[in-house]
Structure formats: C-alpha cells, structure tokens
Design a binder for this molecule. Structure first.
Ligand code: G6P
Length: 608
C-alpha cells in the first residue's frame, strides 16, 4: 500500500530512486513521483498512473539530479489518483512521501485552513507537510519539529522527508506501516518500505519499530524510539533475490508464478516433512495439549487458505478451529486467552488488519504463530512462532503460489498437531505425508487441462456474472476461484457452498448464468452431484471440474466437465486450485486486462 524510498549518498540518486520504485510498484500503481535536493533547490516530477508514465515524463523533461532524494508509488487513500495528489508533496521547504492513513486528517486540515494555509491537494500527506513547515517557522530545530508533528498524527503511517537546504539529511518515521533503513553496500543511507526496495543498494537492513524516527546522512544515522530516546536497533544481513523480478519466458508474472507451484510446494513441504522418513517437524512451542482452541485470521486469498486449513485441522485434531477475516476479528472483541493458539496467515506479513489481529491476540495472552512468506516481515518478527512458506517473491498482485504454499503449511500442521492430539495415528500421518509428497507431480499433471480451460475462459470472458460452487474444502476453493476472477477480469463472481445454493442464489439461475462447480471425487461428491442436477434442471450453464473417473458420468448428463487427475480427498484442495487459477488467468488474457497489476488493487495492504 504505497511504496516509499529515500536515498542520501551525496551522489546522483535519481536512477536509484526509479530502480527502487520498480521494485515497489506491487504496493500500488495509481501514481508515482520522485524529488531531489541540490544547490538549495528542490526538483520534483510526478505522473498519474503507472511508473512508466513517470519515466516517460522524466525522459522528456530531463532530471535535475542531487545527492539526496525521495520517491513514491501510490495506492490512493485520500484523494483521486491524479498528478496533484501524487507524492512527493512540497510545502514550503518540506518535501515528503507517505504510506498509510492519517485518521485525524480532517481535524488537522480544518485547523490549517483556519490559519489560511494554502492546501493544494486532497491528500492527508500534504497536511503533514504543512504541520512540519509551520513548526519549523516557530523553531527551526528539525528534530524537534518532526517529533512534535509526528506526535500529533493519529493513524498508521510511514514517512520519508527532506528539508530544502539540508542536502545531507534524510528523515524517516514509522508508526503502523513498515519502514526499513538500509546501510549502503558502497555508500550512504536508504529508507524504504521493505527490504526488496533497498535490495539494489544495501544488504544491511534495520527494521524500524513502532514509533521510531530516523535521521540519516551520507555517513551516519540515528534512531529515536517512540519516547524520543536515542536507541540502537539490530542490523540484519539480508539477501533478496532480484531474479524474482524477471518474467522469464512468460508474458505475465502471474503465469510465471503459477507454473512455479510444483517447485514451491516442494520447497515448503521440505521445510516441515522429511520425505524419506515421513517425519513431520513442527516448532516445539506448538504443543497442542496447551490449547483448547485454534483461531486462524487473515485477509483476501490468505483467508480462503485459512478456511481450507479449518477443515483439515478440525478433522485431524478434533479441536474447535475458528476462522475470521482480520478486519472483523480485530473489532469484534473476541474472547481470547492463553488457551488459544492464534495463527495469522499472510503472504506479505505486513497486511495492516492481520497485523493488528496478531497484536490483539498477543496482548490477550494467546500463543501466536504466523504462516508468512516474507521472512523479514513485521508479522514474522512479532509472532511467537514462524511457520514460513517458501513461495519466493510473489510479484503479481493476485496470489497463486503464495496461496498454494499457505495451504501446504496448514496441511503439514494438521498432520503434526493431529499426531500430538492422538486423533491421527502414525499410519494416518504417513499416508497423508505420502499424499502431500505426490503433489508436485499431480500439479504438473493438472497443467494439462490448460487448453480445455482456455476454451472455457473464452466463453467466460463474454459474461457479466459467474457463480463458483463447492462443498467441503472445495467451498473455499470456489471462493478463491471467484476472487481470482473478480480481481483480474472485473467480472462479478461469487463463491458459494454448493448446499447453500437452494437457500437463495438458485434464484439467479437461468441459461445465461455460468456456474463453475468444483466436484472432486470425495465423500461429498454425491451431494454435489445432486446440486448439479438441481441446477441443470433449471437450465444453468454448468461446467464441472471433477476427477477423471467422474468426468464421463457428468458428460453423460449433457454437461461440460473438465477432468483433473484422480487424487485423495486430502490433497484435492491443491489440485482444484489449479483450474480456477488458470480460468481467471486465461479469461483476463482473453479480455486484455492488466493481469499483474489489476485496477484499484495493491499487493501489500498496509492500511486498514
Ligand atoms: C491484498 C492482496 C490480496 C491478498 C491480501 C492479503 O488484498 O491484493 O491478493 O490476498 O492483500 O495479503 P497478505 O499479504 O496478508 O496475504
């Protein structure tokens, strides 16, 4: 949710700002901008839309480079995605970029308007610039001005700030949104939203803590904590792979990431399971006998992963498993105590609502675990237990390999915890781990349905609404299929529990309503088949994703069926994820939408 970068090296910074913004574009692409300071002047260029628009503009007008600069890629919160609202904002001598939301912005804005401030944009960011500028007029001590203004701001934010005439001073502030400081491999200091943004320049990274301020120059930096005491923060050595930024032979990152799934499942499983001995290793702190409840909280795609996990964990532990979306969980005053095992699931490890839910659970005494892909993220640092996924960097906003790795971890966890409770015996566990071990091969086989799915996608591209249905773990997969389709094609889609259809949504069915039904050959197959017949009787346009062995039977009913490899009930959630991802991808390709950067979305949502 907005990416920020700041560089102070005393040498040309503009090219570095742009290369870092390229790495940050996954956080938002409504507008982009950079600014530098040189010889007592400020130079700034901004453009609405993607970073390429800014690059084009800079090519036309030229750069005024400097030894210090800041840059921003925006996901709009306050104010439309126009150039006027694009960052950096300049107010008198203050130049700043911002990620997050200032909640008391209206009240601060009114105060400023009452004292005749000239406010040019609709952003909350500009308000911060005015407050700093006003404070500097009262007292020109920059540190005091920043500390005073930050103390007035409510909400979640990360800031990078420069002051005209101060060409060796880069300021950063973190409160609720991630911000890291990089110590240059060669020279200088850097401030960025994440380690990826700093990766072209720095392997030595400091993750600022809540309330921290940093004042950096080319040769030094100092950090103050929320009580304004100077503090030393740990320097981490980080290796970030830039290879992830390359699409390889694929047209889109989504396709590249999609086809990486057999590999990343393998990497993730290998962390938890010794496939020779079928032994599962889980963190010693995960002693299920200490808990009487498991709560899993997450957002978006990760929420559907959590729902899949609920089916597995309840079955293998016989323990109550609650699943909730983080934005609801955090405000519904849930009863929590030290008997709860709280699990947050997040690709980025930074999603604001999920992070807040994790903190709430910690504060109420739960043992907390984070199923997280970014090992350096805030959630990974704050949870008691890290359950890493090994998806590698995921660039496409719509998650594919991130999701499959999340369910890989939840699957291994359900075996490990099931053994601890005695609900599973060794034989059950061996059978399940062996089924998981087959996944890379099975997923590769699933790719063979691509041409059938392309045919279906060409039809789906012409419709306005789609219903996805499934039972058991295919129900969250149906919802994930609908989300994926909505995200990248803008076609309205909903995922329903197949058995719930008759309680309302069946009214939608006519010959124009396409239905995608996920029906693996499992214990609820017959039930789903009854639902299929109910829909067929009402003329719905049905396509069934089912097993090879059942596909013929569906076709005999005169319905379309796409056959997936036969698999066990346990691993069917993995297998049936593939066709729904493929369907969304090929529909988007057919429609010509922006697959990797769909409108209005961002990969990492650090505002609530
Ligand atoms: C955003 C992304 C989704 C993602 C969700 C949760 O909304 O667009 O694709 O599933 O955030 O992200 P997380 O990083 O917590 O898994």
């Amino acid at each position: 949710m907005c990416g920020i970068i700041g560089i102070v090296t005393g040498k040309s910074v503009a090219a570095g700002l742009i290369s870092s913004l390229k790495l940050l574009e996954y956080r938002g692409y409504d507008s982009a901008g950079i600014a530098t300071l040189q010889n007592g002047n400020i130079w700034r260029e901004r453009a609405a839309g993607k970073l390429e628009n800014l690059e084009q503009k800079i090519k036309e007008v030229g750069v005024v480079d400097g030894g210090i600069g800041i840059g921003h890629t925006r996901w709009a919160t306050h104010g439309a995605p126009t150039e006027v609202n694009a960052h950096p904002h300049i107010v008198d001598n203050v130049v700043l970029v911002h990620n997050g939301i200032i909640e008391n912005y209206q009240e601060l804005r009114e105060e400023l308007l009452a004292s005749n401030a000239k406010i040019m944009s609709d952003t909350d960011t500009e308000i911060i610039g005015h407050l700093i500028s006003r404070q500097l007029k009262i007292n020109d001590d920059i540190e005091i001005a920043i500390k005073t203004v930050v103390a007035k701001l409510r909400g979640a934010f990360a800031l990078a700030i420069m002051i005209k005439g101060q060409e060796d001073l880069l300021i950063g502030a973190r409160q609720g949104c991630p911000l890291a400081v990089g110590i240059g491999d060669v020279e200088g200091h850097y401030i960025g939203s994440d380690a990826l943004a700093l990766s072209p320049f720095s392997r030595q990274i400091i993750y600022l803590e809540e309330g921290d301020l940093v004042f950096a120059s080319t040769n030094s930096y100092k950090i103050f904590d929320k009580s304004h005491n100077e503090v030393t923060r740990q320097v981490n050595h980080i290796e970030v792979q830039n290879a992830a930024m390359d699409k390889g032979n694929h047209k889109h990152f989504m396709a590249k990431e999609f086809f990486e799934q057999p590999d990343v499942i393998n990497h993730t499983l290998a962390h938890y399971i010794d496939l020779e001995s079928n032994k599962i290793t889980i963190d010693a702190k995960l002693d299920i006998t200490k808990f009487d409840r498991i709560i899993i909280v997450s957002c978006g795609t990760a929420y559907y992963a959590a729902m899949v996990g609920k089916y597995w964990l309840e079955n293998s532990t016989n323990m109550a498993v609650e699943v909730d979306v983080a934005s609801e969980f955090r405000y519904r005053n849930p009863p929590l105590n030290d008997k709860c095992l709280f699990i947050v699931v997040s690709q980025s490890g930074e999603t604001a609502d999920s992070l807040a839910a994790l903190r709430l659970a910690k504060q109420k005494g739960c043992t907390t675990a984070a199923v997280v892909n970014v090992a350096t993220s805030t959630m990974a640092r704050e949870a008691d237990i890290i359950l890493p996924t090994f998806a590698g960097t995921e660039i496409c906003v719509a998650s594919t390999k991130g999701f499959i790795c999340q369910i890989s971890v939840l699957a291994t966890l359900s075996i490990g915890l099931g053994l601890q409770t005695g609900q599973l015996n060794q034989d059950d566990a061996i059978k399940m781990t062996q089924e998981l071990a087959q996944l890379p091969r099975l997923i590769n086989q699933c790719f063979e349905v691509e041409s059938d799915v392309i045919e279906l996608a060409n039809d789906i591209a012409k419709v306005e609404h789609v219903l996805f249905l499934g039972r058991h773990t295919s129900y969250p997969i149906a919802m994930e299929g609908a989300l994926k389709l909505k995200e990248i094609t803008y076609i309205h889609a909903e995922g329903y529990a197949a058995g719930e259809l008759k309680h309302g949504p069946i009214a939608l069915i006519d010959e124009k309503m396409p239905l995608i039904i996920i029906a693996p050959d499992n214990a609820v197959y017959e039930k789903t088949r009854s639902n299929i017949e109910e829909i067929a009787a009402r003329g719905g346009d049905i396509t069934v994703f089912t097993s090879e062995s059942r596909a013929k039977e569906i076709q005999k009913l005169g319905l379309k069926a796409i056959a997936l490899p036969d698999c066990s009930e346990f691993v069917s959630a993995f297998v049936y994820t593939i066709p729904v991802q493929l369907l969304a991808y090929h529909t988007a390709v057919h429609m010509g939408t922006d697959v990797d950067q769909p409108r209005n979305l961002a990969k990492s949502v650090t505002v609530e």
